[in-house]
Design a protein around this ligand. Structure first.
Ligand SMILES: Cc1cc2nc3c(=O)[nH]c(=O)nc-3n(C[C@H](O)[C@H](O)[C@H](O)COP(=O)(O)O)c2cc1C
Length: 493
């Protein structure tokens, strides 16, 4: 069987911005739709507490292939008719190294549901995107996505050198482990997370298809190191530049800030397509590639195509709440969008692009009003405790707790709880103990300033298919079809 490489990859956008609706709509155009794999456990639990009004989640759970899992999740989280607006969501247990049945159930089923729904009713390919930095949920998440037949796994924000081999092992039903990055760990320490497919599935599932794997990188040196050191097959690279939405790789060398306080990127930070061509694998360019001219430019440089995020984030099928879409699209129509590359906001430690929007957490005064709390914990850092055990801390958690765990006060300054804010952006915000609702913090690439190009007079709506049609305008599509560089078609395992 052959597969055709997509010219357009709709980038994975967390948390939940590229949900199954968006990925499905893109896949149906013949391009690669990608769901975000971040926080799908809590997204599943919260959608069920809102009563799953359209019944899609319930339908997918009914088809979950391992008995008992869906029943346990529904027992604990399903609220027929939905919770009231001011009632808090039930707190989900955080992941830890010791696996817990409910944590694994939610991770496996959450990833299954998202991919299953994105793939339902058509033949297009669907990918899932993870951040390497978020390690604890990775193994169970990959398994859940593979149970639903995910076609591609894309991973950035780190060095995912052991993931290709993990995909091979999961496909064979073998137990897998992932070494944790632990601050202060000593040579003899063994901090690993484990997942055993046969135990989880009680022998009900044996072999699965091995998805293709693409690493998201900012530099060819990292790509080349991954090719040498990874423990399994890599099928391509996404090359992401510093104007892309979400997290960005820091500038090379010592970070310097401009007057506004943003990291300064230079020529050295722009990856060279030439270096990627030499690696011999398909690659896609990302970061402000959302126009037909830029698509052609990428293809001319030898890329298989482009990965685009921001343009898809504001289309009808994305799961950003309408209020955010409308406000940003209205502002883009009058040229008033400003995107700030915040060097410290994200606890992940990478620069993070933030759309400056009144009354959201982009404003310091609004953030300072927020009750500092860490109850989701995806971006916590692992550290070695004095007694040799494993501890977890987040620089956005209450400062005294962070200090008690040995963290440094300066690391807490300007940090924002992205986990809670991003869930708010997709309408799943928590109601905290003081009765406050978590607020928005919106990320987008610099391309947010040009979104007016998708708007028709009198309307703030456009679809994922509009974006694909625009990017592959007839001229572009014809030229792409004629490019020998795109003859990367290869056998599917
Ligand atoms: C709202 C939003 C969320 C994103 N979240 C992620 C993410 O969770 N993981 C990731 O690898 N990339 C993420 N990205 C980056 C996109 O996948 C894509 O590479 C990028 O948006 C491409 O650049 P562009 O924004 O200029 O189109 C995000 C982008 C946006 C706009």
């Amino acid at each position: 069987m052959n597969y055709k490489l997509p010219a357009i990859i709709q980038g994975g956008m967390g948390a939940g911005v590229s949900g199954w609706r968006l990925a499905r709509a893109v896949s149906q155009t013949g391009q690669l739709g990608v769901v975000s794999g971040t926080a799908l456990d809590v997204i599943l639990a919260r959608r069920l507490q809102l009563g799953d009004p359209d019944g899609h989640v319930l339908r997918a759970l009914e088809l979950f292939p391992i008995s008992g899992v869906a029943e346990r999740i529904l027992d604990r989280y399903y609220v027929p008719g939905g919770k009231s607006k001011d009632e808090p969501f039930r707190v989900k247990p955080m992941s830890s190294l010791e696996s817990s049945r409910m944590v694994d159930d939610l991770l496996v089923a959450g990833n299954f549901v998202e991919v299953f729904l994105a793939k339902e009713g058509h033949q297009g390919q669907v990918g899932i995107n993870y951040l390497e930095k978020i390690q604890l949920p990775t193994l169970a998440s990959l398994y859940g996505a593979m149970l639903a037949g995910v076609d591609w796994v894309l991973m950035g924000a780190g060095i995912p050198k052991s993931v290709p081999g993990i995909l091979d092992q999961l496909a064979e039903g073998q137990p897998v482990e992932l070494k944790m990055n632990v601050f202060g760990a000593e040579a003899e320490d063994q901090f690993v997370s484990r997942f055993e497919p046969q135990v989880f599935s009680q022998g009900q599932v044996s072999k699965l298809a091995r998805p293709k794997f693409a690493a998201i990188v900012a530099a060819a040196t990292l790509a080349s190191m991954l090719l040498k050191r990874s423990n399994g097959r890599i099928d391509g690279f996404i090359v992401e530049g510093p104007t892309a939405g979400g997290h960005n790789a820091p500038p090379r060398g010592k970070t310097q800030l401009n007057e506004a306080g943003e990291p300064i990127y230079g020529e050295r930070d722009l990856a060279k397509a030439e270096a990627f061509r030499k690696l011999g694998l398909p690659f896609w360019l990302a970061g402000s590639y959302g126009t037909p001219e830029r698509v052609l430019e990428a293809v001319d440089a030898g890329a298989a195509g482009v990965q685009v995020g921001t343009a898809f984030a504001y289309c009808e099928e994305s799961d950003l709440v309408d209020e955010i879409k409308n406000r940003v699209l209205q502002a883009t129509a009058t040229d008033q969008v400003r995107v700030f590359t915040d060097p410290v906001a994200s606890p992940a430690g990478f620069p993070f692009k933030v759309v400056q929007l009144e009354n959201t957490l982009s404003e310091k005064a609004i953030y300072d009003e927020r009750l500092r709390v860490c109850d989701l914990g995806y971006l916590r850092h692992a550290y070695r405790k004095e007694n040799g055990g494993l501890g977890w801390r987040c620089p956005a958690e209450p400062v005294d707790e962070y200090l008690r765990k040995g963290g440094r006060e300066e690391d807490t300054c300007g940090r924002k709880c992205i986990c809670n804010a991003l869930l708010g952006n997709i309408g799943l915000e928590q109601v905290q103990k003081d009765g406050s609702h978590e607020r928005f913090l919106v990320t987008s690439g610099d391309d947010a300033c040009g979104l007016w190009r998708f708007l028709k007079p009198g309307s703030l709506r456009y679809s994922a298919a509009d974006v694909v049609d625009y990017l592959l305008s007839p001229l572009t599509a014809r030229e792409i079809a004629a490019k020998p560089a795109l003859a990367f078609d290869g056998p599917l395992d």
